[in-house]
Design a protein around this ligand. Structure first.
Ligand code: AMP
Length: 270
């Protein structure tokens, strides 16, 4: 496994590489990331994983500073996963030269996380644009766990590059909680609550098909979750998975959920 510490290393290493699979991450590697890497290894000749905690996508300074970091452990895990390259760029590697880049999310897309995290997806799209430009991958692997991110990045990259964005299923732990670097911040008690919430919503989504007035069932479910688990809910919404429009039809839908559990923000979709 080659560790690429800057853009010189990157350009030298990738000079003759064709069909490169790219897995962008912010580190704290877990089995969710591993599933993306495994898919890339099947479909591509070589696989590059980047670890870059992108300041531009954090709408809260504390959240950025407290984002879990564990580079030694990450490198040892990635080595075991037989990744070919790990790219660890500095801020300058990604953002210099400072060409002006005006990325805006259109009004219709200011929903779900885009509504609650001002500037977040603009930051995600900018970093993905710059990384794609630097790395020029054949395919990029991204998780359905962050479905809105996948949706926006895929639309953006498809329009501008030849690179294909591949979606990968959400990986959950044995108690059905979606793996996430943010889970490292949870106490055992809150981890247990987050698992119960995931189980609750997975079975709710399955039963939703039998409900007559779906919007009312969702409103009631929100109240129930707040009462049972004392959490702060940002949104619980059923949306069409192809266009992310609000829907009352179960077919092609996903239930999108964001909440705070003791100041830790978690998102999922079912
Ligand atoms: P992150 O390091 O959180 O920025 O995530 C890097 C990539 O891994 C993103 O494309 C995520 O959607 C994906 N990912 C994170 N958690 C999971 C999971 N539990 N299952 C599948 N993909 C995931």
């Amino acid at each position: 496994m080659k560790i690429l510490l800057n853009n010189n290393d990157l350009n030298r290493a990738l000079k003759n590489v064709l069909k490169l699979g790219f897995v962008p991450t912010m580190g704290s590697i877990h089995d969710g990331h591993k599933s993306l890497i495994d898919k890339s290894k099947i479909e591509c000749k070589e696989t590059l994983v980047s670890i870059f905690v992108n300041p531009k996508q954090f709408n809260n300074k504390n959240d950025f500073q407290n984002y879990p970091k564990n580079i030694k452990k990450d490198l040892s895990l990635l080595k075991k996963m037989k990744v070919n390259y790990v790219y660890l760029p500095s801020y300058k590697d990604v953002y210099y030269p400072k060409k002006r880049m005006k990325i805006s999310i259109n009004k219709n897309d200011k929903i779900l996380c885009a509504k609650f995290r001002n500037g977040h997806f603009e930051g995600v799209l900018e970093v993905m644009d710059r990384l794609t430009n630097l790395i020029n991958p054949y395919k990029i692997y991204m998780g359905e766990k962050d479905y809105q991110q996948l949706y926006l990045v895929r639309n953006y990259i498809n329009k501008k590059y030849k690179t294909k964005v591949v979606s990968c299923k959400t990986i959950r732990n044995k108690n059905k909680l979606a793996l996430s670097s943010r889970n490292f911040h949870l106490t055992n008690k809150n981890l247990n609550i987050a698992e119960k919430i995931s189980q609750n919503l997975l079975s709710f989504k399955k039963k939703l098909i039998k409900e007559k007035v779906i919007s009312r069932s969702i409103s009631l479910k929100k109240l129930e979750l707040i009462r049972l688990f004392k959490i702060n809910i940002e949104y619980l919404e059923l949306r069409n998975k192809k266009n992310l429009k609000k829907t009352n039809k179960i077919k092609n839908s996903k239930l999108f959920f964001a909440y705070y559990i003791n100041k830790i923000r978690l998102i999922d979709n079912y």
